[in-house]
Design a protein around this ligand. Structure first.
Ligand code: ADP
Length: 349
């Protein structure tokens, strides 16, 4: 095996560059050359005007320059065309023309599905979990999750300082798509009084009751951490009926947002002020924590070693502090374990 390739796909996550660097250093160590594919699977479909916009030879000098950069230097993208079998065959042909005999895919579950399909077409693939959401059940770590939780923890600590100054509650929305782990860890790390996640069905009135309980205990500056996906599991709530008690209109599909939620809680809890903050993309675009970088370093090394020894169709994970690999299909079939005990603890105090 003399040529391998690497791509980053799906949402970007801190640690992707560090993983590319680890793959490059290990490839160089074993005398393999490394090709970086740009913009996820798009770079394999030959749509850019110049090949240099689709792929690039990653020499050590280049990767050593990018390793500390936030984001993903190779760029990432979602590639709908890759769902089309004809397009995947084209991608496999491109890799064969480039004389690539192994591909490292850094991304989330969608990217791993793509890697599995490429394996079926004779391209050996290894996946490295890169997503801040922590929504891959088979592993205790995904690249970027620890960084995202640290960004959110810093942000919520700052918010709680000003909440304390003004004695007012605050709703903070964090990322995670359909996974509440970032919200749960952030709430636990900051001592936030209430956490709302997509894994547990909830009602606006119940959160208002929780907040009223805090106020009755003398805490007028509670923090409500909400996961971005939690609006999907909220019981139907007629905002307008509440805001305009004299009106009869019902807007069942009116979307709830952190801002609106703070305003509703303010009215339901008889408070003068309640504020909201959506932390947003700062969770994704910053430098990885040491913990994420260490995982990237180990995962990159394991990916190259697996390809070198002829292993394919596997993903790398972390369990009990150790990196391991397992078949992609089996990994994706595992069910996410939500820490309900921690959720109950946070919401009950
Ligand atoms: P993530 O990898 O972060 O979960 P996506 O779900 O958006 O992100 O998937 C990233 C890309 O992986 C998609 O844009 C597509 O190119 C590819 N992909 C996703 N699902 C499949 C699938 N079932 N078959 C082939 N490729 C897929």
């Amino acid at each position: 095996m003399s040529n391998i390739a690497v791509l980053t796909s799906g949402g970007d996550s801190p640690g992707m560059n560090a993983a590319v660097m680890a793959v490059a250093r290990n490839a160089a160590y074993y005398g393999m050359s490394l090709i970086g594919i740009k913009r996820g699977y798009n770079g394999l479909l030959g749509r850019a005007e110049k090949p240099a916009d689709d792929f690039i030879r990653l020499d050590l000098d280049t990767v050593l320059d990018i390793a500390d950069l936030p984001g993903t230097w190779l760029r990432t993208a979602r590639c709908r065309e890759f769902l089309d079998p004809a397009m995947r065959e084209k991608a496999a042909r491109t890799l064969k023309e480039l004389d690539v005999s192994g591909l490292v895919v850094i991304g989330g579950d969608g990217s791993f599905q793509g890697a599995m399909r490429l394996c079926e077409l004779g391209i050996p693939c290894i996946g490295i979990p890169g997503t801040i959401d922590n929504d891959l059940a088979y592993t205790e770590m995904t690249l970027g999750y620890d960084t995202a939780v640290n960004v959110c923890t810093d942000a919520v600590r700052a918010i709680r300082a000003t909440s304390r100054s003004h004695d007012r509650p605050h709703v903070v929305e964090v990322m995670g798509r359909d996974c509440g782990d970032i919200a749960l860890s952030t709430a636990a790390a900051t001592g936030a009084e209430i956490v709302v996640v997509p894994e547990v069905k909830w009602k606006v009135d119940d959160v208002a009751a929780q907040l009223n309980r805090q106020i009755a205990m003398g805490n007028t500056r509670a923090t409500v951490v909400v996961a971005e996906g939690c609006w999907k599991t909220m019981a139907p709530f007629d905002v307008y009926k509440f805001l305009l008690p004299y009106g009869k209109e019902v807007y069942p599909n009116e979307p709830m947002t952190a801002n609106r939620f703070a305003s509703v809680l303010k009215r339901k809890c008889g408070m003068i002020e309640a504020r909201s903050t959506v932390i947003g993309y700062t969770q994704r675009g910053c430098s990885p924590t040491a913990r994420d970088s260490i995982f990237a370093f180990e995962a990159g090394a394991m990916a190259v070693q697996l390809l070198k020894s002829g292993v394919s169709n596997q993903v790398i994970g972390m369990k009990h502090g150790r990196t391991f690999s397992m078949p992609i299909e089996k990994a994706l079939a595992e069910k996410h374990h939500f820490n309900r005990k921690l959720y109950n603890l946070i919401n009950s105090l």
